[in-house]
Every structure is written in C-alpha cells, then in structure tokens.
Design a protein around this ligand. Structure first.
Ligand code: SAM
Length: 227
C-alpha cells in the first residue's frame, strides 16, 4: 500500500521511516511519503495559512494551498480524487481510531493523511476534499504529524512481513483471536523474582491449558480493570 502524508514538517517522518516494522514494510514494496504543501503553495514566500474569518487566535490552513498540493501530487481535482481513495483529515474531533478501522485502512491500496497545524484546516478542505476525519484521541496535539505516525504505525504493522513474527499481530489486543478483548499478561525469566512468581500453568508445558488460561485472562481484562 501507499501512505501519503501531507505535512508542513516532512522531516519528522525521516525518523519514523527508520523504525524496523516501517523499513520492513518499505522493503516489501509499500510506500510512505511525506509531502510538503509549502513546496506547491500558490502564495508568495511559502505562505500556507491565514487568519480566521470572524477573528480569533491562530492561523488556518488555506483551502487553495491544500488543493494545489493535492493537484500537484495526484494530477486530479481533489473533489474527484476522494471518489477513488480515502483522503483523511486528522482532527481531534474526528472518528476515533481503533483496531477495526486500522484493519480496514490496511486493506486499502492507497491512503492520504492530511496533517493540520495551528488552528487546523479551513472547513472547506474537510467538506470538499476529504472522505473522513480521524482522531487518535480526545485531546489536542500541536499538529497532525504524530497522529499520522500513529495511523501509519498501526496500519503498516498489520501488513504481512512487517513484523518479525507474523503471529505477533494475529493474537494481540483487540484481535478476533482474543474476541476483540485486551491481551493476556506475559511473563518471562526469571520465574521467581522477589517472591513474585509466574502462574504455574505457564510453566506446565500444557498447551491447551495455557491457551484456555490466556483466553480467560483476556476475557477477565475485557470485563474491567484487574484488581
Ligand atoms: C492545535 S490542533 C488544532 C485544534 C483545533 N483548533 C481544535 O480545537 O480542534 C492542530 C492540528 O493537529 C492535529 N491534531 C491535534 N490533535 C489531534 C488528535 N487528537 N487527533 C488527530 N489529529 C490531531 C490536527 O491535524 C489539527 O488540525
């Protein structure tokens, strides 16, 4: 798949691209590009934003600037573009990202993520160029870059070959294998540390009992926080 991130801070993604699961995904033919709307802005001196009509603090990303960036990248009117690909505006108030949505996005061939800054987007960007708004939580970040990385991270790790062990993503929190619940607890050596022992069943070597215990733990966690 190809993930395009429109951001005023494309260099933020240089580090992200070096992370193992991301390098694996890129080596497997997937793409992650960061595109700077300043490079194609029709305004002078790299200007991309303006003061809000009606007054108020902060600056708003202009609709003409976003249109120019999308046209330059895709060679199409962004109004039509959204009929053929998901163009996602990252906003604090958007649909909350969850594992089911990440699965859906991972099944797409291409997605476009738009990062806001300052006060956010001119509403016409969202109304006319985007298919949806996506939030990574009910709090406000300074910009959409970290949100885009969260989306890209959870989507890319779902692609076959991105993780060292394919099984890691098959049975983890919120996966169908765990009935959508949180994962069970893990333990490793030493088996006893300061008297904190590992549950006997995990040392038993009895695979079916271990499977049952893990499922029970996951169900228990799904019912509420552990005591
Ligand atoms: C400072 S925020 C703008 C907040 C906006 N004025 C508001 O009150 O909703 C700047 C940009 O960061 C991104 N952003 C901030 N919090 C986010 C979140 N929780 N999820 C996704 N994107 C977020 C969005 O792209 C947003 O346009």
């Amino acid at each position: 798949m190809q993930i395009d991130v429109f951001t005023l801070f494309p260099h933020w993604f240089d580090w992200f691209r070096t992370q193992r699961h991301v390098t694996n995904a890129l080596a497997n033919g997937h793409g992650l590009d960061a595109i700077d709307p300043r490079a194609t802005t029709p305004l002078k001196a790299g200007k991309v934003d303006d003061v809000p009509f009606g007054g108020g603090a902060g600056m708003v990303l202009r609709v003409d600037v976003v249109e120019a960036a999308l046209r330059a990248r895709y060679g199409a009117d962004p109004v039509e573009l959204r009929e053929t690909r998901r163009v996602i505006a990252l906003t604090p108030g958007g649909r909350l990202l969850d594992d089911a949505l990440a699965d859906t996005l991972a099944a797409e061939e291409d997605i476009t993520l738009l990062c806001g800054r300052y006060e956010g987007f001119d509403q016409r960007v969202i109304d006319h160029f985007c298919t949806e708004e996506l939030s990574i939580g009910r709090y406000v970040l300074a910009g959409g870059e970290l949100a885009a990385m969260v989306v890209a991270d959870t989507v890319l790790r779902k692609l076959p070959g991105s993780l060292g062990h394919a099984d890691s993503a098959a049975e983890e929190s919120f996966s169908p294998a765990l009935e959508g619940g949180p994962e069970y607890p893990h333990y490793t050596r030493p088996a006893d540390w300061r008297g904190w022992t590992v549950p006997d069943v995990l040392l038993s070597g009895h695979h079916e009992q271990i499977r049952q215990w893990r499922l029970e733990q996951s169900r228990r966690r799904a019912g509420g926080p552990l005591p």
